[in-house]
Design a protein around this ligand. Structure first.
Ligand code: GLN
Length: 493
């Protein structure tokens, strides 16, 4: 069995009886146990529960009443609550936290018969772009273990890239699915805000947080997303929007995943390309454009004038929301509690001082500052106004083009430790991902080349709820390129 197989191939293997779900789970668990000590992708590996789920899936498959996802393995970012299984969110604050209920995402995927092989490592409370902010240690990039896998969903991306699981769920607030997908040479979708329920997903910045999917090819991403998305009355910002087009892709009812006769026009935002560093990177995106052009796709230069202020706007809004969301970790209700508190104030102060890491404290401090009396209008209100201008830029260009194409990141993965000294430089890594997050738009990152042996990602951005168009366009790209079939250090993993 080839661990780098697509879900479609694994599905046929399960359906034809070539292997069982239990055998499949054991095969990937063996890879996890072999490579995790080196890559550190997983915080928890619930082997016994996984094998129980696989046994149940095998019974359903034998009865012939299983769905497309039944019996297939996956992993969940450790931000999704799982009843009875540890959920740390990468933090010491939640090092012993066993949720009493399931997140909607965990529940839906389990309900579809998928087998969860592990909870993946991540930047603490999803704050970071390198996965170096995890209390459980940094994750390493399978393409070169001296480099970061990206963040904050670095464990999910690295695990899929090294074929420790075929697919994994992640979350993206300002780039945390797209950037690690790009750095690890895999595909990743951040759907429209509201597509995937936030119920039971530990909150970072509630107006931006969105669950999404990683896979090695676009079809795998579509399949996992079809199992995760849909309206959920338990999340007040969940979108009541039809999932039919995504289900049709996943089940093969949308014949061949093709755009058919639809002629599409892709916009190239000039502000993004101006920020591209170096001729090599330019050449990569030229190649991507040529691939689309030979398939009849048209291109047009467009302008998103507020692009350069997206990073500061994002960090003001995300910090403000984080500071309020994280006030619940007070050492009283749940989470880490310091030893021998002297009084209530000491309990709060020491529990939070000891339970949170440096980056999380930085966000709480800046967020509290921008929300405080006297600074609220200058920072928070101003950022909300700029957010509206950024969203308007996108609405304007989508009157003329179907999609936008940009690099996912300004460069390939950086070395472990390279940017940890300068938070602002680290934040600048999100320059191409934060604008669409502020506008709540769906985006897909697909691999589109390598420089110095490290992968690069191409980002496609679509209007709200146009995930199917996004996935079909990504599929078109993958039919005419082979970067998604390249693996880190072939043979070594
Ligand atoms: N890198 C960004 C941050 O640190 C985005 C994180 C995310 O999308 N969760 O906030």
């Amino acid at each position: 069995m080839d661990p780098f197989s697509s879900l479609e191939t694994l599905r046929s293997g399960l359906d034809s009886g070539e292997f069982s779900s239990v055998e499949l789970a054991k095969h990937y668990l063996a890879r996890i146990n072999k490579y995790n000590p080196q890559l550190n992708c997983f915080i928890t590996i619930p082997e016994a529960e996984a094998l129980q789920q696989a046994t149940k899936a095998d019974a359903l498959i034998a009865k012939g009443n299983s769905g497309v996802l039944c019996g297939l393995p996956m992993a969940l970012k450790d931000i999704f609550l799982t009843r009875g299984i540890l959920t740390t969110c990468g933090s010491r604050m939640l090092e012993n936290f066993i949720a009493p209920y399931n997140s909607t995402v965990a529940e839906k995927l389990a309900g579809s018969g998928m087998v969860c092989l592990g909870k993946t490592n991540m930047d603490e409370f999803a704050m970071g772009s390198s996965n170096e902010n995890s209390h459980y240690g940094a994750v390493r990039n399978p393409w070169n273990t001296e480099y970061v896998p990206g963040g904050s969903s670095g464990g999910s991306a690295a695990a899929v890239s090294a074929a420790l699981v075929p697919v994994a769920a992640g979350t993206d607030t300002g780039g945390s699915i797209r950037q690690p997908a790009a750095f690890c040479g895999i595909s990743g979708i951040k759907p429209t805000y509201g597509r995937v329920s936030r119920y039971g997903m530990v909150a970072f910045a509630s107006s931006l947080d969105q669950g999404g999917a990683f896979g090695r090819c676009v079809q795998d991403v579509a399949l996992l997303l079809s199992g995760m998305g849909g309206h959920d009355p338990r999340d007040s910002t969940s979108a009541d929007h039809d999932m039919q087009d995504i289900h049709a892709l996943a089940t093969g009812d949308d014949k061949g995943f093709t755009l058919g006769n639809k002629k599409i026009t892709i916009g190239l935002p000039k502000e993004y390309l101006e920020n591209l560093d170096g001729a090599q990177l330019q050449a990569v995106y030229e190649t991507a454009r040529n691939i689309f052009e030979t398939q009849g796709v048209q291109f047009r230069e467009v302008s998103l004038p507020h692009t350069s202020v997206a990073v500061p706007t994002y960090y003001v809004i995300a910090g403000a929301e984080a500071s309020t969301n994280l006030s619940r970790y007070d050492g009283v209700r749940y989470g880490y509690r310091c030893k021998d508190p002297q009084n209530l104030e000491d309990l709060y102060v020491r529990s939070r001082t000891e339970g949170f890491g440096d980056e999380v404290k930085r966000r709480i401090l800046t967020g509290t500052y921008t929300l405080s009396v006297g600074y609220y209008d200058a920072y928070y209100v101003k950022a909300q106004k700029v957010r509206r201008l950024i969203a308007n830029d996108f609405s304007e260009v989508f009157k003329d083009v179907d999609l936008l194409m940009t690099p996912t990141t300004p460069s390939h993965a950086f070395k472990l430790g390279q940017l940890t000294k300068d938070p602002v430089e680290m934040y600048q890594q999100d320059i191409f991902t934060t604008p669409a997050s502020l506008a709540g738009l769906p985006c897909l990152s697909v691999p589109c080349g390598t420089i110095n042996g490290l992968p690069l990602g191409l980002q496609l951005i679509a209007p709200h709820f146009e995930e199917a168009l996004l996935l079909k366009t990504g599929y078109l790209f993958q039919q005419h390129s082979d970067w998604h079939t390249q693996y880190p250090e072939p043979g070594a993993l």
